[in-house]
Ligand binder design. Structure first.
Ligand code: ASP
Length: 426
């Protein structure tokens, strides 16, 4: 009997973690040798395969999605709902993070261990919030695509989709068909790559566990616990509740349908890299139309990051507690707003959330130099938190897609022939 894909991936995660633990104990956090490099290369190959298709996948899915939605009014309505969902859920996440940090005070009295391998210069300070918004408009779409500037690619694709929907049928029909077929092609390629997921996930987990410095984790355990607790509340209570209230469907079904994407998000720490799986799960397992999913998901992978938003807020409160500073109510308000903007600006790649935390610390007037040493420690223990928050980011995108599809009159979700997790079976 052939195991379903999500089981294969989960087993691969456990085996990878076990193998990583062996390397960790043999090499105490500095693994090397040919066997280790073969194992970790499996993960690198998988990530490269996923990254290879992200740009064409986002491009074709948004162009076909937007041009199929058609009239401007409808697009505007779906766009507005999508944005509202993104902002409201991220706000919920931020408030959970804020509350937990104030209750558990993870940073008070912590003696921060210095991360010797860390050079603050390696974190590029991102520009201001306005810069991020302006940079969404690519001067050169081809450059945006080749440099992995997702917001630029998304912006260009939306404009192109709108243009196509306004063409007269003699031109429009042809080009619409072209992009629909191109998108189908990218989904087929995705299926081929997904077959490699269990092996790739095994390699990623092995490398992560083998390289984790457990001493650092012990020192800032309370900080990690606080963030993990906040993320768990969002994953297990807030989002399922929103899902149930807005769709009247059973959230457990949704967890099951998304299992392989969630496991991949966890192992890759990248919403963008997970996007191919997210799209496939939402379309094939949940049954959302391509019209909605191809618009909401790629946008969400870059813009909607509930886990990251929670992390930005909790991370900055932690930093202020370590520095022994009490934030005023106004400062906390600024943290909440900038955490939201920082999560929008963060790319869907590993550790992006930690880099943009400077946006928030600068907004409340912390000096980069004071913050840098604390960020160094946060970076040393970031991977497990990053894995967890990426999973929340992807889960929230998927819930949003179902909520919006339902509100647009779609039904018959999670029906017949579901969980054909094995790509290529359809
Ligand atoms: N790795 C996260 C993601 O791809 C972003 C982050 O670092 O918070 O969603």
């Amino acid at each position: 009997m052939k195991l379903k894909l999500h089981w294969q991936i989960l087993i691969a995660m456990v085996l990878g973690a076990g193998t990583g633990a062996i390397f960790q104990s043999v090499y105490s956090g500095e693994p090397s040798g040919p066997i280790f490099s073969v194992f970790s290369s499996l993960g690198v190959v998988f990530i490269r395969l996923l990254r290879m298709i992200i740009v064409p996948l986002i491009f074709t899915s948004i162009v076909s999605g937007v041009s199929n939605i058609g009239e401007g009014k409808k697009l505007g309505r779906i766009g507005l709902k999508t944005m509202t969902y993104y902002i409201v859920t991220s706000m919920f996440a931020i408030l959970v993070g804020l509350t937990l940090c104030n209750l558990l005070t993870p940073g008070v009295g912590v003696d921060i261990p210095v991360n010797k391998g860390f050079d603050p210069g390696q974190l590029k300070t991102p520009g201001s919030v306005m810069d991020i918004l302006i940079r969404m408009i690519p001067v050169n779409p081809v450059h945006a695509a080749s440099s992995g500037d997702m917001l630029g690619v998304i912006f260009f694709s939306i404009i192109l989709g709108i243009g196509i929907s306004r063409l007269k049928p003699e031109h429009g029909d042809y080009i619409k068909k072209f992009f629909n077929s191109f998108f189908e092609l990218m989904m087929k390629v995705t299926e081929i790559i997904i077959k490699f997921a269990p092996i790739g996930v095994f390699g990623l987990m092995t490398a992560v566990v083998a390289k984790t410095g457990f001493d650092m984790i012990r020192a800032v355990g309370k900080y990690m616990f606080t963030i993990a607790a906040g993320l768990s509340i969002h994953l297990l209570i807030t989002l399922p509740l929103i899902f149930f209230l807005l769709t009247r469907m059973n959230p457990v079904k949704h967890f099951k349908a998304m299992a392989s994407a969630l496991a991949t998000a966890f192992s890759t720490s990248s919403s963008s890299a997970t996007l191919p799986l997210t799209m496939r799960n939402v379309e094939k397992n949940v049954g959302v139309s391509n019209r909605i999913s191809s618009f909401v998901l790629p946008l969400g992978a870059t813009v909607n990051m509930d886990g990251t938003a929670l992390y930005e807020c909790a991370g900055v409160i932690f930093i202020s507690q370590v520095m022994g500073l009490e934030l005023t109510l106004i400062q906390q308000f600024v943290v909440v707003i900038t955490a939201l903007l920082a999560s929008i600006g963060a790319a869907g790649i590993p550790s992006a959330g930690l880099v943009v935390i400077f946006i928030v610390t600068q907004a409340i007037g912390f000096k980069d130099a004071d913050v840098a040493i604390i960020i160094g420690t946060m970076l040393a223990v970031d991977r497990p938190l990053d894995m967890f928050r990426t999973m929340i980011n992807v889960f929230s995108d998927s819930i949003g897609t179902v909520v919006i599809a339902k509100s647009e009159g779609e039904k018959d979700f999670y029906k017949g022939g579901l969980f054909l997790e094995d790509p290529g079976d359809d």
